[in-house]
Design a binder for this molecule. Structure first.
Ligand SMILES: [Ca+2]
Ligand SMILES: [Ca+2]
Ligand SMILES: [Ca+2]
Ligand SMILES: [Ca+2]
Length: 373
């Protein structure tokens, strides 16, 4: 019988002995309430910036934490008003600071609004902007554009058609809106992640209608005008993608989950070419509820981070595959309660994974340094 070790005695459970990754260190960051990391970027001088949510009393705030390569906290900031404030993604800016996208109900046009926050290299707020109308609007991913501005993807209920539309907002270097687009789709749609590519943007999103979810991929020009779109999924099962990267050999890689083979979610990797045509996909069918949240292309394949319910509760799923998505090893990390992995970055020869971990009823931001061998 397989046993899972407590988080105090971290253990990697490997499906194959081909490689032996180990935990070099792990850190738990946060206060007494709910804390967690949703995104991470590699900054200068061996630093990493992490963003997510923290709780002050009963109040949810957007959270930004700077750590060094040993996971030591350098500084820790939070922003927001009396409402629910949350950061979802961030990108480095050329001035050494960062741009953050998220959601706020504290400011803006009513309900939830897309929230764009600019922070300098020392973690001080330079400006923030909200976008949205009286209904719920969300920011999910942000990137820096070649003209020094920002592009944010998410969803809007205030604009577009009835229900929720995939929403793209272009802002200048001071966060002032230049244009915005919605993309008609059946049912509700959401923009989850995006890439800036030569001549435009690639957006990975989700279409939801009548309890079915499919993956949506859209390519636009620099003005946000759609050039092509593609979607995947079978009508009666959920498919979704949480991250997209551009691969060294050209084309894009999407990772997420699929219920194609099973009533539960399985890890899904989809490779598409520059025109959005699928080249291959890889799933790892199983009875547990498993999916992927983050992917890194490394020298000898793909490093993936996600979630598995292999041991009942939610645990961090780490997976290494070759360049065609064929599994080399996987590992499950976590304790007796829910542990989630949302971001992965290269750190020397190893990796840092960021997410959240529930320990003794307290959810904390969670960082792990993984040594590959
Ligand atoms: Ca708040
Ligand atoms: Ca709103
Ligand atoms: Ca589907
Ligand atoms: Ca906490």
């Amino acid at each position: 019988m397989k046993a899972k070790c407590s988080i105090l005695l971290p253990l990697l459970l490997l499906s194959s002995a081909a490689s032996t990754p180990t935990i070099e260190w792990q850190r738990f960051i946060g206060g007494a309430g709910k804390d967690g990391f949703d995104a991470m970027v590699t900054a200068e001088n061996g630093r990493y910036l992490l963003t997510g949510i923290t709780t002050e009393g009963e109040d949810r705030q957007g959270w930004l934490v700077s750590i060094d390569e040993e996971g030591k906290e350098l500084w820790n900031r939070s922003w927001g008003g009396d409402g629910r404030d949350q950061f979802r993604s961030l990108a480095l800016t050329s001035d050494g600071g960062c741009i953050i996208a998220g959601i706020t109900t504290s400011y803006g046009g009513g309900g939830q609004d897309m929230w764009l926050v600019k922070v300098d290299e020392n973690g001080h707020l330079e400006w923030d902007r909200t976008f949205g109308g009286p209904d719920d609007d969300e920011g999910w991913d942000v990137k820096v554009t070649s003209d020094g501005g920002y592009i944010v993807v998410g969803r809007t209920k205030s604009h577009g058609t009835l229900g929720s539309d995939l929403w793209l907002v272009k802002a200048d270097s001071l966060g002032r809106r230049e244009w915005e687009r919605t993309f008609p789709a059946p049912g509700d749609a959401l923009g989850r992640a995006m890439l800036v590519v030569p001549g435009g943007y690639v957006i990975v999103g989700r279409i939801e209608q009548e309890e079915d979810s499919d993956i949506l991929l859209i390519k636009t020009d620099l003005r946000g005008v759609q050039e092509w779109s593609a979607n995947w999924g079978r009508p009666d099962r959920d498919e979704f993608a949480n991250a997209v990267i551009e691969t060294a050999d050209g084309g894009f890689l999407l990772v997420g989950g699929t219920e194609y083979y099973m009533p539960s979610s399985d890890p899904l990797i989809v490779k598409v070419d520059w025109g959005g045509r699928p080249l291959w996909n890889s799933t790892m069918p199983g009875e547990d509820d498993d999916w992927l949240n983050a992917v890194l292309e490394v020298a000898d394949g793909l490093m993936l981070a996600g979630v598995t319910t292999r041991f009942g509760n939610r645990d961090l799923l780490l997976m290494k595959t070759d360049f065609l998505g064929r599994q080399i090893w996987d590992a499950v990390l976590g304790g007796e309660d829910d542990d989630l992995g949302w971001a992965i970055e290269q750190a020397g020869q190893g990796y840092i994974v960021a997410g959240s971990s529930m320990r003794g009823g307290d959810e904390q931001g969670w960082l792990l340094k993984i040594d590959p061998s």
